[in-house]
Write a protein of this length. Structure first.
Length: 308
């Protein structure tokens, strides 16, 4: 029996289990994706994006992707593979990718330990909150993936990478066999900008909280993720979102220091709304008109120049 887990924390807590352990470290919840690209082109485009947005060296990113994929290919096709993933958007999208790849590579038995709650832990964000003993006790609860579930995952990964939001919407209406997927994809849709103010729901919530006086990055991030437990939002992704709002001649927010990135960690950075941020928050202006947008949500490339 072999295992694939999300994150080093869970991997470390499960290290006593027999079999091989792969810690999957890709971030499919954002960054460029396309049905049309080869594996090598996907690595290259995503590496360029994450170097620009998160300061992750592109060579490091590509090397990690290649190494983990090689580990995946080296696993025995006849031994059971157990996926340890959660209910949130981050993990559910990773599940779509992994089930698609494992199916393509010919793995015969795929099981999953997946949950959205644990007695005594509220709010439940993920498996990393559990102790080693609690995690290992979950192993007997694993469920073997059915043919229907794997087919749904393959269709879901295709829809997620589509440049057409309509294709994703059609899939969401039809998906039902993977228990947490539909809600995760509905959460995914909230990362698209509103036609009213150009902000997605996370951006709007962040600006609202800053306006209420929550102005340190750490406090802002912690309060936001407590409200959005279905996202699996990382501090680096959140910092990248905020950095986009500080660009151009009419930034919506300002900070007294750099926000967290791959190269530095500064959760004490203080944020403030600018007058343009206040105008967008109050509905008097549109974010896209002020600062434009150049971002990826699944396979949809959101790109538009500022018009002021």
């Amino acid at each position: 029996m072999n295992h694939i887990v999300n994150g080093d924390v869970v991997g470390g807590k499960l290290k006593s289990l027999s079999g091989k352990m792969i810690v999957w470290r890709e971030m499919y919840d954002f960054g460029p994706l396309s049905q049309e690209w080869t594996l090598e082109e996907t690595y290259r485009r995503r590496a360029e994006f994450f170097e620009q947005k998160l300061q992750i060296p592109s060579s490091f990113f590509i090397e990690n992707c290649q190494k983990q994929y090689q580990l995946l290919k080296e696993l025995s096709r006849t031994e059971e593979v157990v996926l340890w993933f959660e209910h949130d958007r981050y993990d559910q999208v990773t599940i779509l990718y992994l089930l698609t790849e494992l199916s393509t590579l010919g793995f015969q038995k795929i099981s999953m330990v997946s949950m959205n709650e644990y007695e005594g832990i509220e709010p439940f964000h993920g498996l990393g909150q559990l102790s080693s003993e609690q995690l290992i006790e979950l192993l007997p609860t694993k469920q073997e993936m059915t043919k229907e579930q794997i087919e749904e995952a393959c269709a879901g990964w295709k829809a997620y990478q589509s440049e057409s939001l309509e294709e994703l919407d059609e899939f969401i209406q039809e998906c039902h066999s993977l228990p947490f997927l539909k809600q995760a994809l509905l959460s995914h849709k909230t990362y698209f900008p509103s036609s009213q103010n150009g902000l997605n729901e996370v951006e709007f919530l962040a600006l609202s909280m800053i306006n209420e006086g929550i102005n340190t990055f750490a406090e802002l991030f912690n309060k936001l993720v407590r409200q959005r437990t279905n996202d699996g939002l990382s501090d680096l992704y959140f910092a990248a979102i905020l950095n986009e709002l500080m660009k151009g001649d009419y930034p919506l927010i300002s900070s007294n220091s750099e926000l967290p990135s791959f190269k530095q960690h500064n959760p004490k950075a203080k944020l403030e709304l600018t007058r343009w941020g206040i105008e967008v928050l109050s509905g008097k202006a549109n974010r896209i008109n002020l600062i434009g947008i150049d971002w990826w949500v699944g396979g949809v490339h959101l790109v538009e120049e500022a018009s002021i």
